[in-house]
Write a protein that binds this ligand. Structure first.
Ligand SMILES: Cc1cc2nc3c(=O)[nH]c(=O)nc-3n(C[C@H](O)[C@H](O)[C@H](O)COP(=O)(O)O)c2cc1C
Length: 406
């Protein structure tokens, strides 16, 4: 039998093993620093934000099946891994609309961002600016195009648009985008009518939040969030300030169920910059839209927040890229919760991915620093995935490729 030789313990060696750093007095700070994944960040976000707000971000439409399927598709990605390549230098940069971004991960438009964190849209755009990424501001943003441009003048910014019932209203917000240096319009087309958000209905979510008896208990549970809400600017749809219509009518005016593809041609005539169509969910529509003079398509089911039984964007991505990828840039969003999810979509042919919930979890957990941490986690996973799958740049990621397991 082999035995280990024992000796008298060495005090200096024992001493060198002791970690002398004091535990942080701020329990959140320590947990944030230890967060490894976006799920860890989401857990912290959940603890810091009222349930109704967290649920608004996390939830989907009806039975939330589309979102679950969207996530599941990413879990089934399998890279065509190549070994013994020199991966000592990794370049994650990519060109989007002809200009370089540091990594092909963009910030999707999300309405009402100041509900998640009091700084809201500028905090996210500032991370985009620092990291050389793209930020898309929602029509339903709580920061106006002018305020965003003023707060983060160097950010590369796109403006998300709905074709509204009155074209003059659409023109008014398009003008705000143009006057404030927005590079591209992102036309969302998966909202002819609002999705059915049962989770929000059950929670009694209203915009802005109403103060009821149970609000008192909610305040007691998340006092900092409420303090921030009450001590910072009014929560409002900032692009519509000065409207002579009540905000409660806004939803009805923003979604026009009679919208058809002719509106893309109309938009082309009033906006000379790039147009990206967001919310495409079939190969047929991608082919039709690519013929209309747009520059990009975002395959998206709105993160499962609209139609709860559409096709999973990732599953149609390779076919769409094959059909029209040489004419328009194909992006994708929905369910991207890690750098490996993002890398998988790129390997399947996407030009770039957009994230929504992931950065909102970061914002809810720790404002701008939380959003930055989300990007850093994703970047680490993305780079690590590139090296381990044998790709040194984005072109090689696509060349190596991936598949979705059955
Ligand atoms: C809280 C929230 C608000 C959103 N608001 C908008 C919006 O105003 N306009 C829009 O086009 N998409 C909106 N989206 C959809 C996102 O742009 C994006 O398609 C989706 O979040 C991607 O899925 P993911 O959250 O799983 O990353 C919203 C998403 C969330 C989570």
């Amino acid at each position: 039998m082999i035995r280990s030789t024992r000796k008298f313990p060495s005090l200096p060696y024992f001493w060198s093993l002791i970690d002398w750093s004091l535990p942080s007095l701020n329990p959140y700070k320590g947990r944030l620093l230890r967060a490894q994944t976006i799920e860890d960040i989401a857990q912290i976000a959940k603890e810091r934000t009222p349930e109704v707000v967290f649920d608004y971000v996390e939830g989907g439409a009806v039975d939330e099946i589309a979102y679950a399927r969207t996530r599941n598709a990413f879990n089934r990605i399998e890279f065509n891994t190549r070994v013994m390549r020199d991966v000592s230098k990794i370049d994650t940069s990519e060109k989007i609309l002809g200009k370089e971004v540091d990594i092909p991960i963009c910030f999707a438009p999300t309405g009402y961002t100041r509900l998640m964190h009091h700084v809201g849209e500028p905090a996210v755009a500032n991370v985009a600016s620092k990291k050389n990424l793209i930020y898309a501001l929602s029509t339903m943003g709580t920061t106006s195009p002018a305020e965003l441009a003023e707060a983060v003048p160097n950010s590369r910014r796109w403006f998300q648009l709905y074709i509204m019932k009155n074209r003059s209203d659409s023109l008014a917000v398009i003008k705000q985008a143009k006057d404030n240096g927005f590079e591209a319009l992102v036309l969302t087309v998966d909202t002819p009518v609002p999705g059915l958000r049962y989770r929000d209905n059950r929670n009694g979510l209203t915009v802005p939040p109403k103060i009821r008896l149970n609000t008192v208990f909610a305040i007691a549970r998340k006092p900092i969030w409420w303090l921030n809400l009450f001590t910072t600017g009014k929560l409002e749809f900032a692009a519509f300030r000065g409207w002579d219509k009540p905000l409660s009518e806004l939803g009805g005016l923003i979604f026009d169920p009679s919208t058809t593809m002719k509106e893309i041609t109309w938009l082309r005539s009033v906006w000379k910059g790039p147009i990206i169509v967001k919310g495409v969910q079939s190969v047929e529509d991608a082919k039709a839209i690519a013929k209309l003079g747009v520059q990009g398509i975002i395959l998206s089911n709105h993160g499962g927040r609209q139609f709860d039984r559409g096709q999973v964007p990732l599953e149609i991505l390779p076919e769409v890229v094959k059909a029209v990828g040489n004419k328009v840039e194909i992006y994708i969003d929905g369910g991207i919760m890690s750098g490996l999810d993002a890398l998988g979509a790129i390997a399947l042919g996407a030009k770039a991915v957009f994230i929504g919930r992931a950065y909102l979890y970061g914002a809810m957990a720790n404002g701008e620093a939380g959003v930055e941490q989300v990007i850093e986690i994703m970047r680490k996973e993305f780079e690590n995935g590139m090296a381990l799958s044998g790709a040194t740049n984005i072109a090689e990621v696509r060349k190596n490729g991936a598949r979705i397991r059955n």
